[in-house]
Design a protein around this ligand. Structure first.
Ligand code: BES
Ligand code: MN
Ligand code: ZN
Length: 498
């Protein structure tokens, strides 16, 4: 992981040293504040030569002319200044960070023509810088580049110039907490499975206690006592014992029912006896993307002291091939008492979630449960990699998630549930089987989960296509994207805080 860039906020002024970034609207139009950083007009002269017209995301970069005392001058296109939304400011932040991957002092002038950028724009821009600056470099040991020059992995320092640095700093405290949550989720997803088993994952969650999150870790013994036969069946082929983490953040009124988030944490999914093909199996180190999102979200909520009571339940197992692995045809009894015929040991995520959802409902009676899981390849066939699948028994919750998805650009697309699909998982030999037929694989997986939520308002996000390996963007260049943290933080902020 790269270390985090430092960010500070000042009232707008003309920078005297270091690097300067300004924004340009369409036709290369700049604010007065931006123009005053380019007294010789060198930047504006460069616009037509570089074919730069201020189009959103385009950029021009110059070595600052003599006498200005500056290093580099960068102009970034912001397109139509009047129509910029919160997420556009994140992207602009990403574009800024893309220019400064090495240690440097960077002043960013946020103003646009006709737009005196204030606190919220500056804060979103800063958050975009942080999100883009993430990279996973923990296991890169080379100290020199190809030319023998030392590689300096220290981050840049950004000073954001706006009309209201006090408001910016305040808004950024929130955005910073959320960005930290995203970084945490990305780190967990990128970490290889030899380094991050269930026990190690649980130990990392313990660190959330520093933010006053209550962290309880259930061991195999606890789960046996609770009757979590579905989860334990998956875990039994691994030499690494399972864990279940129970995270509680109490920032709301003591009597308010909590909201609950449940994550699939399969630290590695070999498929078990129904083993996966070799090609691409390494990606299954990321089969804990749901768990990572819940961890990142709980970090975000606690770090920004969200006024909500929130619970995070994370089921941690490894799905391995072994003499003690569960077999196709085995029948397990879940904590709910319902029995499951395991016809394919690679459909393991739903078995883990079945017990996690049931436990959550029974212990906390939450207002709603949202689970996140890299659950099916089928959701990628249906939706590709730019929407997560959304399944829900509650139209209001589903609508709110869709809205939060548009606001954060962590987009979700609602998929159907229904009795026709539900019956596809009825089993001859037990209450249900863990796979449906050939068609609608993401839906039958969701139907399976629904059998463990009763009438609690519930949503399932199938993030197999979005949590890892999704196309990189202005604000994410990492394999593990941290998908879900910003989405759910937004959902909570917009609807569930006192
Ligand atoms: N973890 C996988 C789903 C997955 C696939 C996530 C690719 C990310 C990328 C899940 O446990 C799985 O193996 N699902 C099977 C279900 C099938 C056996 C019914 C699948 O999708 O093939
Ligand atoms: Mn699997
Ligand atoms: Zn899996």
């Amino acid at each position: 992981m790269a270390s985090k860039p430092s960010i500070s906020f000042v009232r707008r002024a003309v920078p005297k040293k270091g690097n300067v970034v300004v924004f340009s609207a369409e036709q290369g139009e700049m604010s007065e504040a931006a123009r005053s950083c380019d007294p010789s007009g060198a930047l504006q002269r460069a616009f037509p030569i570089a074919d730069f017209s201020g189009k959103f995301g385009a950029s021009v970069e110059l070595i600052a002319p003599d006498g200005a005392g500056l290093d580099r001058l960068v102009a970034i296109g912001a397109g139509k200044a009047a129509s910029l939304k919160e997420h556009d400011w994140l992207k602009l932040g990403g574009a800024v960070a893309a220019h400064f991957r090495k240690p440097a002092d960077v002043s960013v002038i946020v103003d646009l023509p006709g737009l005196e950028a204030g606190g919220s724009e500056a804060a979103s821009l800063a958050a975009g810088i942080l999100l883009r600056a993430y990279s996973f470099e923990k296991y890169k040991t080379k100290k020199e580049d190809g030319d023998g020059k030392p590689i300096d992995r220290k981050p840049a320092r950004f000073t954001i110039h706006s009309s209201d640095p006090v408001a910016a700093k305040k808004a950024f405290a929130v955005a910073d907490a959320v960005s930290d949550g995203v970084w945490l989720a990305r780190d967990l997803v990128n970490e290889p499975a030899n380094m991050l088993g269930p026990v190690e994952f649980a130990a990392q969650l313990k660190a959330l206690e520093q933010l006053d999150v209550k962290v309880e870790i259930l061991t195999e013994k606890d789960m046996k006592r609770l009757g979590m036969g579905a989860l334990l069946g998956v875990a039994q082929g691994s030499v690494r014992p399972p864990r279940m983490a129970v995270l509680e953040w109490r920032g709301g009124k003591p009597r308010n029912q909590p909201v609950a988030f449940i994550g699939k944490g399969v630290v590695f999914d070999s498929g078990g006896i129904s083993i996966k093909p070799a090609a691409g199996m390494e990606d299954m180190k990321g089969d804990m993307g749901g768990a990572a999102a819940v961890a990142g979200l709980m970090h975000a909520l606690a770090a920004r002291k969200a006024r909500v009571n929130a619970v995070g339940i994370i089921g941690l197992v490894e799905n391995m091939v072994d003499g003690n692995s569960q077999r196709p045809g085995d029948i397990v009894t879940s904590m709910s008492g319902q029995t499951v015929e395991v016809l394919n040991t690679d459909a393991e995520g739903r078995l883990v979630l079945a017990d996690a959802l049931w436990y959550c409902r029974q212990r906390f009676e939450p207002q709603f449960m949202i689970n996140l899981a890299t659950l099916t390849g089928a959701i990628m066939v249906a939706l590709g990699q730019s929407h997560a699948g959304l399944f829900s028994n509650d139209d209001e919750l589903a609508g709110r998630l869709a809205e939060a998805g548009l606001a954060t650009q962590e987009k979700v697309w609602r998929m159907p549930l229904g009795a026709e699909y539900d019956k596809l998982i009825d089993s001859k030999n037990a209450d249900m089987k863990n796979i449906g037929g050939r068609y609608g694989g993401a839906i039958t997986a969701a139907q399976f989960l629904q059998r463990f939520v009763k009438d609690t308002p519930w949503a399932h996000l199938d993030i197999a296509g979005t949590a890892m390996g999704s196309p990189s963007s202005e604000i994410n260049q990492s394999w593990g994207s941290g998908f879900g943290v910003r989405l759910l933080d937004r959902l909570v902020r917009d609807h569930y805080e006192a």
